[in-house]
Design a protein around this ligand. Structure first.
Ligand code: G3H
Ligand code: ZN
Length: 278
Protein backbone atom coordinates (compact mmCIF):
# COMPACT_ATOMS: atom_id res chain seq x y z
CA UNK A 1 0.00 0.00 0.00
CA UNK A 2 1.10 3.61 -0.58
CA UNK A 3 2.25 5.41 2.56
CA UNK A 4 4.58 8.22 3.65
CA UNK A 5 7.98 8.55 5.31
CA UNK A 6 6.29 9.18 8.66
CA UNK A 7 4.89 5.67 8.94
CA UNK A 8 7.89 3.74 7.66
CA UNK A 9 10.46 5.76 9.63
CA UNK A 10 8.44 5.34 12.82
CA UNK A 11 8.60 1.57 12.19
CA UNK A 12 12.36 1.84 11.59
CA UNK A 13 12.82 3.78 14.83
CA UNK A 14 10.78 1.22 16.78
CA UNK A 15 12.89 -1.62 15.37
CA UNK A 16 16.21 0.28 15.46
CA UNK A 17 16.58 -0.49 11.77
CA UNK A 18 16.68 1.49 8.51
CA UNK A 19 14.37 1.61 5.50
CA UNK A 20 15.96 1.41 2.04
CA UNK A 21 15.32 4.20 -0.46
CA UNK A 22 16.10 2.56 -3.77
CA UNK A 23 16.27 4.78 -6.84
CA UNK A 24 13.94 3.59 -9.60
CA UNK A 25 15.01 4.34 -13.17
CA UNK A 26 12.78 2.07 -15.24
CA UNK A 27 9.71 -0.15 -14.95
CA UNK A 28 11.74 -3.33 -14.52
CA UNK A 29 13.60 -1.92 -11.53
CA UNK A 30 10.30 -0.89 -9.93
CA UNK A 31 8.95 -4.41 -10.40
CA UNK A 32 12.13 -5.94 -8.98
CA UNK A 33 12.33 -3.76 -5.89
CA UNK A 34 8.68 -4.31 -5.00
CA UNK A 35 9.20 -8.08 -5.48
CA UNK A 36 12.27 -8.06 -3.22
CA UNK A 37 10.49 -6.01 -0.55
CA UNK A 38 7.46 -8.31 -0.60
CA UNK A 39 9.66 -11.40 -0.31
CA UNK A 40 11.41 -9.75 2.67
CA UNK A 41 8.08 -8.45 4.01
CA UNK A 42 9.67 -5.06 4.65
CA UNK A 43 8.68 -1.45 3.84
CA UNK A 44 10.39 0.26 0.94
CA UNK A 45 10.94 3.78 -0.38
CA UNK A 46 10.93 4.14 -4.18
CA UNK A 47 12.99 7.22 -5.02
CA UNK A 48 12.89 9.11 -8.32
CA UNK A 49 16.07 11.11 -8.85
CA UNK A 50 17.25 13.91 -11.06
CA UNK A 51 18.56 11.73 -13.93
CA UNK A 52 15.17 10.00 -14.27
CA UNK A 53 13.41 13.36 -14.17
CA UNK A 54 15.77 14.76 -16.80
CA UNK A 55 14.98 11.64 -18.88
CA UNK A 56 11.29 12.60 -18.81
CA UNK A 57 10.28 9.73 -16.54
CA UNK A 58 8.78 11.45 -13.48
CA UNK A 59 5.13 10.78 -14.34
CA UNK A 60 5.86 7.40 -15.96
CA UNK A 61 7.75 6.06 -12.95
CA UNK A 62 5.16 7.54 -10.60
CA UNK A 63 2.38 5.73 -12.44
CA UNK A 64 4.27 2.42 -12.48
CA UNK A 65 5.09 2.70 -8.80
CA UNK A 66 1.51 3.55 -7.86
CA UNK A 67 0.03 0.66 -9.84
CA UNK A 68 2.34 -1.82 -8.12
CA UNK A 69 2.19 -0.17 -4.67
CA UNK A 70 -1.61 -0.17 -4.61
CA UNK A 71 -1.60 -3.95 -5.23
CA UNK A 72 1.15 -4.65 -2.71
CA UNK A 73 0.65 -5.73 0.93
CA UNK A 74 3.80 -3.90 2.04
CA UNK A 75 4.14 -0.16 2.84
CA UNK A 76 5.58 1.67 -0.19
CA UNK A 77 6.67 5.33 -0.18
CA UNK A 78 6.94 7.17 -3.51
CA UNK A 79 9.66 9.78 -2.90
CA UNK A 80 11.19 12.63 -4.89
CA UNK A 81 14.96 12.42 -4.47
CA UNK A 82 17.09 15.57 -4.18
CA UNK A 83 14.27 17.90 -5.21
CA UNK A 84 15.97 20.93 -6.72
CA UNK A 85 13.09 23.42 -6.60
CA UNK A 86 9.56 24.05 -5.37
CA UNK A 87 8.45 23.58 -8.98
CA UNK A 88 9.82 20.05 -8.90
CA UNK A 89 8.09 19.45 -5.56
CA UNK A 90 4.81 20.65 -7.10
CA UNK A 91 5.29 18.39 -10.14
CA UNK A 92 5.98 15.38 -7.93
CA UNK A 93 3.01 16.03 -5.64
CA UNK A 94 0.78 16.45 -8.69
CA UNK A 95 2.00 13.01 -9.89
CA UNK A 96 0.92 11.43 -6.60
CA UNK A 97 4.25 11.31 -4.76
CA UNK A 98 3.74 10.62 -1.07
CA UNK A 99 7.05 12.16 -0.03
CA UNK A 100 9.49 14.75 -1.35
CA UNK A 101 13.05 15.75 -0.62
CA UNK A 102 13.83 19.44 -0.98
CA UNK A 103 17.60 19.64 -1.25
CA UNK A 104 18.56 23.09 -0.03
CA UNK A 105 22.02 21.95 1.09
CA UNK A 106 23.83 24.22 -1.34
CA UNK A 107 21.83 27.30 -0.31
CA UNK A 108 22.76 29.66 2.53
CA UNK A 109 21.37 28.22 5.77
CA UNK A 110 18.43 30.64 6.09
CA UNK A 111 17.42 30.00 2.45
CA UNK A 112 17.52 26.24 3.09
CA UNK A 113 15.17 26.82 6.04
CA UNK A 114 12.81 28.96 3.97
CA UNK A 115 12.57 26.63 0.96
CA UNK A 116 12.09 23.67 3.32
CA UNK A 117 9.22 25.53 5.03
CA UNK A 118 7.56 26.20 1.66
CA UNK A 119 8.02 22.60 0.55
CA UNK A 120 6.53 21.43 3.84
CA UNK A 121 3.43 23.58 3.35
CA UNK A 122 2.96 22.17 -0.14
CA UNK A 123 3.58 18.58 0.93
CA UNK A 124 1.31 18.74 4.00
CA UNK A 125 -1.51 20.07 1.80
CA UNK A 126 -1.10 16.89 -0.25
CA UNK A 127 -0.74 14.61 2.78
CA UNK A 128 2.91 14.01 1.93
CA UNK A 129 6.13 14.05 3.93
CA UNK A 130 9.35 16.02 3.50
CA UNK A 131 13.08 15.26 3.72
CA UNK A 132 15.60 18.10 3.92
CA UNK A 133 19.42 18.13 3.89
CA UNK A 134 22.10 19.74 6.05
CA UNK A 135 25.76 19.41 5.22
CA UNK A 136 26.61 18.09 1.75
CA UNK A 137 26.87 14.67 0.16
CA UNK A 138 30.26 14.24 -1.54
CA UNK A 139 30.77 12.70 -4.99
CA UNK A 140 28.76 13.17 -8.16
CA UNK A 141 25.45 11.66 -9.22
CA UNK A 142 22.63 12.73 -11.53
CA UNK A 143 24.35 16.12 -12.04
CA UNK A 144 24.37 16.65 -8.27
CA UNK A 145 27.96 17.26 -7.24
CA UNK A 146 29.83 18.71 -4.31
CA UNK A 147 32.51 21.37 -4.70
CA UNK A 148 35.34 19.75 -2.74
CA UNK A 149 36.69 23.18 -1.81
CA UNK A 150 33.55 23.76 0.27
CA UNK A 151 32.76 22.26 3.69
CA UNK A 152 30.52 19.20 3.69
CA UNK A 153 30.19 18.09 7.31
CA UNK A 154 26.82 18.74 8.92
CA UNK A 155 27.10 21.19 11.87
CA UNK A 156 25.28 20.43 15.11
CA UNK A 157 24.43 24.10 15.58
CA UNK A 158 22.73 24.05 12.18
CA UNK A 159 20.72 20.94 13.11
CA UNK A 160 19.53 22.60 16.31
CA UNK A 161 18.60 25.84 14.54
CA UNK A 162 16.97 23.98 11.62
CA UNK A 163 14.87 21.80 13.92
CA UNK A 164 13.71 24.90 15.80
CA UNK A 165 12.75 26.65 12.56
CA UNK A 166 11.06 23.85 10.61
CA UNK A 167 9.85 20.36 11.46
CA UNK A 168 10.52 18.08 8.50
CA UNK A 169 10.00 14.31 8.54
CA UNK A 170 13.57 13.29 7.79
CA UNK A 171 16.96 14.97 7.65
CA UNK A 172 19.76 13.91 5.29
CA UNK A 173 23.15 14.68 6.80
CA UNK A 174 26.62 15.07 5.33
CA UNK A 175 29.09 13.00 7.37
CA UNK A 176 31.58 12.15 4.61
CA UNK A 177 29.16 9.95 2.67
CA UNK A 178 29.39 10.24 -1.10
CA UNK A 179 27.23 9.61 -4.12
CA UNK A 180 28.49 7.04 -6.60
CA UNK A 181 31.38 4.61 -6.24
CA UNK A 182 33.65 5.29 -3.25
CA UNK A 183 37.35 5.61 -3.99
CA UNK A 184 38.58 3.30 -1.25
CA UNK A 185 36.75 2.82 2.06
CA UNK A 186 34.14 5.46 2.96
CA UNK A 187 35.43 7.88 5.59
CA UNK A 188 32.30 8.49 7.67
CA UNK A 189 32.43 10.80 10.69
CA UNK A 190 30.53 8.66 13.20
CA UNK A 191 31.35 11.05 16.05
CA UNK A 192 29.54 13.83 14.23
CA UNK A 193 26.66 11.48 13.42
CA UNK A 194 26.39 10.59 17.10
CA UNK A 195 26.39 14.28 18.12
CA UNK A 196 23.68 15.05 15.55
CA UNK A 197 21.62 12.04 16.59
CA UNK A 198 21.72 13.22 20.20
CA UNK A 199 20.07 16.51 19.29
CA UNK A 200 18.01 15.68 16.19
CA UNK A 201 14.26 15.56 16.69
CA UNK A 202 13.70 13.92 13.28
CA UNK A 203 14.93 10.63 11.77
CA UNK A 204 18.29 10.83 9.98
CA UNK A 205 19.05 9.82 6.40
CA UNK A 206 22.26 8.43 4.92
CA UNK A 207 22.73 9.19 1.22
CA UNK A 208 25.37 7.49 -0.89
CA UNK A 209 24.54 4.03 0.39
CA UNK A 210 26.19 2.18 -2.51
CA UNK A 211 29.52 0.68 -1.52
CA UNK A 212 29.30 1.31 2.23
CA UNK A 213 30.46 -1.88 4.00
CA UNK A 214 27.99 -3.73 6.21
CA UNK A 215 29.75 -2.94 9.48
CA UNK A 216 29.62 0.78 8.72
CA UNK A 217 25.94 0.52 7.79
CA UNK A 218 25.19 -1.21 11.10
CA UNK A 219 27.17 1.43 13.02
CA UNK A 220 25.28 4.21 11.21
CA UNK A 221 21.95 2.56 12.09
CA UNK A 222 23.04 2.24 15.73
CA UNK A 223 23.72 6.00 15.65
CA UNK A 224 20.27 6.96 14.38
CA UNK A 225 20.20 6.47 10.61
CA UNK A 226 16.66 5.35 9.68
CA UNK A 227 16.65 5.77 5.87
CA UNK A 228 19.48 4.72 3.56
CA UNK A 229 19.59 5.72 -0.12
CA UNK A 230 20.96 3.30 -2.71
CA UNK A 231 21.07 4.13 -6.42
CA UNK A 232 24.37 3.26 -8.10
CA UNK A 233 24.49 -0.38 -7.00
CA UNK A 234 20.88 -0.93 -8.15
CA UNK A 235 21.57 0.60 -11.56
CA UNK A 236 24.76 -1.44 -11.99
CA UNK A 237 23.01 -4.65 -10.91
CA UNK A 238 20.36 -4.21 -13.60
CA UNK A 239 22.94 -3.54 -16.33
CA UNK A 240 25.09 -6.43 -15.09
CA UNK A 241 22.15 -8.78 -15.44
CA UNK A 242 21.37 -7.57 -18.95
CA UNK A 243 24.93 -7.97 -20.16
CA UNK A 244 25.26 -11.41 -18.59
CA UNK A 245 22.62 -12.67 -21.03
CA UNK A 246 23.40 -10.50 -24.06
CA UNK A 247 24.62 -13.59 -25.96
CA UNK A 248 21.10 -14.99 -25.74
CA UNK A 249 19.95 -12.30 -28.13
CA UNK A 250 16.57 -12.62 -26.45
CA UNK A 251 15.10 -9.45 -24.93
CA UNK A 252 13.20 -11.11 -22.10
CA UNK A 253 16.09 -13.40 -21.19
CA UNK A 254 18.25 -10.28 -20.79
CA UNK A 255 15.55 -8.23 -19.07
CA UNK A 256 14.66 -11.00 -16.63
CA UNK A 257 18.34 -11.43 -15.84
CA UNK A 258 18.58 -7.73 -15.05
CA UNK A 259 15.52 -7.96 -12.84
CA UNK A 260 16.89 -11.01 -11.02
CA UNK A 261 20.11 -9.15 -10.23
CA UNK A 262 18.14 -6.20 -8.82
CA UNK A 263 15.91 -8.49 -6.72
CA UNK A 264 18.98 -10.24 -5.28
CA UNK A 265 20.77 -6.99 -4.47
CA UNK A 266 17.69 -5.33 -3.00
CA UNK A 267 17.09 -8.34 -0.72
CA UNK A 268 20.71 -8.24 0.39
CA UNK A 269 20.40 -4.55 1.29
CA UNK A 270 17.05 -5.05 3.04
CA UNK A 271 18.50 -7.88 5.09
CA UNK A 272 21.41 -5.63 6.12
CA UNK A 273 19.17 -2.64 6.91
CA UNK A 274 16.89 -4.82 9.08
CA UNK A 275 19.96 -4.86 11.31
CA UNK A 276 18.99 -8.19 12.85
CA UNK A 277 15.99 -6.57 14.53
CA UNK A 278 13.13 -7.43 12.17
O1 G3H B 1 20.21 10.18 -3.80
C1 G3H B 1 20.61 9.05 -4.09
C2 G3H B 1 21.46 8.32 -3.19
O2 G3H B 1 22.13 9.14 -2.32
C3 G3H B 1 22.22 7.24 -3.86
O3 G3H B 1 23.59 7.24 -3.67
O4 G3H B 1 24.23 6.06 -5.77
O5 G3H B 1 25.87 6.32 -3.92
O6 G3H B 1 23.91 4.76 -3.70
P1 G3H B 1 24.45 6.03 -4.29
ZN1 ZN C 1 21.54 11.27 -2.52
Amino acid sequence: MLTTLKEVLAFAEEKKAAIPAFNIDNMEIVQSIIKASEEENYPVILAVGQAAIKDGKLALLAATAQVLAKKSPIPVVLHLDHGQSLEQVRMALDCGFTSVMIDGSKLPFHENVEISKRALEMARAAGATVEAELGCILGVEDDISHDDSKPFLVRTEDVEAFNRAVTVDALAVGIGNAHGIYKGLPNLDFDRLSEVNDISSVPLVLHGGSGIPGDMIQKAISLGIRKINVATEIRLAYVRGLTKEVESGDFYTMSNSGKAEVVALAKEKIHLFKNGNV
